[in-house]
Design a protein around this ligand. Sequence first.
Ligand code: LLP
Length: 426
Amino acid sequence: PATARATPDGDVAVGGVRLSDIAERYGSPVHVMDELDVRQRCREFRSAFPDAEIAYAGKAFLCRAMARWIAEEGLALDVCSAGELAVARSVRFPAERILMHGNGKTPEDLRAALSYGVSRIVLDCASEITRLAALVSADRPAQRVLIRVAPGVDGHTHPAVATGGEDQKFGFSLASGVAAEAVRRVLAQPGLVLTGLHCHIGSQITSVTAYQQAARRMADLLAAVQDEHGLVLPQLDLGGGFAVPYLRDQHGLDPLTLAEPLLTTLRSACEVRRVPMPRVTLEPGRAISARAGVTLYRVLGIKHTATGRVFVTVNGGMSDNPRPSLYGARYSMRLVGRHAVPGHRSVTVAGRHCEAGDVLVEDAELPADLRPGDLLASASTGAYHHSMASNYNLVPRPPVVGVRAGESRLLIRRETETDLLLRDVG
Ligand code: LLP
């Protein structure tokens, strides 16, 4: 996180709060969120793209505090379920700044969006167009919508998070003319107003070229809509997906690097096709919240296998961080709370869950004198960790603690066994 500082006694402070104090006070495992880091990332996006709408993708991490920070920083919010919308609603996040996404929005999701009055719903399939139109009653203003387009762009990312190509579940295909047909269908619905187009080519993308290619293809469709219907669409949402580095040897895609080439490409593509430059929306999730997060674990045991591998078992695992097992994601792990005797060795940090694949870090360099009870910190855990957490093995989900200016406070409390039993009503 932006505010992380090593302390002289071998600890690390984030937001001015020592991590060992956090583990002491709130227990472990625990997710820590640096409020200032989140706010700084928001400001970086807003200053790199001063004319654009920046909509935080709540799926990366959402709770009331996060929604308030996002609202205060002037960002919009992308929600993809009635549940995410309920969090936004509970802090009165301005409906004018909310978009609803999803390839499988349920009638309940759509009703929740209509009842709160979210300003835009992003349509993803033909039946959704008619389903939404049927829900918009005659006595209310028409619902503004965008159409999600699959632009046929390869973002060169992990297949599980690649969404720009043709062979995946999201959006209306551009190349096959399905997207143009979706435009016709939406325009035929009196309860819907088409205000723009959307695409999202994937996640953890480092390539500027991929975004430029998407922008050009979307400009093609803007021009086709203008030619066919005489309609100028005011908004172009190019989605999120901007990569962040999880390790020192990895690259991210920061907003300043992207802004100039992307906007120049879009502007000239619009000029060539004789369509007015639309207002751009971007939807960063990970790039806003990932680096603000740190997760703390306690070492439970250290084991040497017959093959010479050293396993360090911690009190969390794939239930609080499923990303290594889902995407082969790599993380750092370091000792905090005390100085180590010099000397490191390569170990495998394993979780507590009952399967061999529950490994958090394959090749962590940790002190040779590591012992049970030591505190370990994993960085860049602010996106797609708490939001993807599970109760596997009926392990309660960890709390989220916010830190800022020397103070910590509980944002999401630790789940308890009572919470788990409450749902078990048989
Ligand atoms: N907009 C839309 C429509 C999306 O589907 C997503 C992410 C985003 C924006 C934000 O993408 P971001 O900027 O965070 O990359 N669980 C995976 C990531 C899944 C992303 C899904 N959609 C992971 O942990 O890597």
